[in-house]
Design a protein around this ligand. Structure first.
Ligand SMILES: [Zn+2]
Length: 212
């Protein structure tokens, strides 16, 4: 086994929590087996039931249980213990088998948790809807939808979408600049934050950069 292969399997085992799972499974198996084995050695023959009969002198003897020789105190307790021990053993076997199965069937990338911070950050801020189209004012009553400054005939105004739409919002040049700058800043902040989140994630899971 090469050093690379070994580090690959160690990384997988760490991500899958192999030591914890396998340790727990093995512990349960050992405990279950020991309990079961102990119970098995304690089980003694069951009582024998004797049906009722009438003695030669006429007295009736009611049915009763007779314990076989060897001072048997209980019938069931050790059998119950044996079953419980067996169940614990099977549980431990299942846990151990599960983690071995996971380790053998999942790739390294499968075992790396998703980048929750990146998911929480969400999509980049909207830059659509910015007033990027321009036209020349041809009415004397046009005004900026933000600062209310009038846009005299002959001046350029800015809008998003179609100019002829009745709901068109006209922006003066200054407000358009401000909006565009704000959008750029928030996008830049978003990208900076995203890069930091990804860098942190890459440092936490350096194996992601490998091609295996
Ligand atoms: Zn304005």
């Amino acid at each position: 086994m090469s050093a690379r292969t070994r580090s690959y399997w160690i990384a997988k085992a760490k991500l899958a929590g192999f030591v914890w799972f396998f340790g727990t499974g093995a512990g349960l198996m050992l405990g279950g087996y020991t309990t079961c084995h102990y119970a098995q050695t304690q089980i003694t023959p069951r009582s024998v039931s004797v049906s009722g009969y009438t003695r030669a002198n006429g007295t009736y003897v009611a049915p009763y249980s007779r314990r076989p020789p060897g001072a048997v105190r209980h019938d069931a307790p050790y059998e119950l213990l044996s079953v419980l021990g067996g169940l614990v053993f099977v549980g431990g076997l299942t846990v151990s088998a599960y983690i071995v199965y996971i380790l053998l069937t999942r790739s390294l990338v499968d075992l790396i948790p998703p980048n929750h911070e990146e998911i929480a950050l969400g999509p980049p801020p909207q830059v659509e809807g910015l007033p990027t189209n321009s036209a020349v004012s041809n009415r004397d009553y046009y005004s900026c939808c933000i600062c209310s400054a009038s846009i005299p005939i002959g001046d350029i105004y800015w809008f998003a979408g179609r100019a002829r739409s009745p709901s068109v919002k006209r922006h003066c040049a200054a407000c358009k600049e401000k909006l565009t700058l704000q959008a750029r800043v928030s996008l830049a902040e978003y990208e900076k934050r995203l890069a930091a989140i990804r860098e942190q994630y890459r440092r936490k899971y350096p194996l992601l950069d490998r091609n295996d």
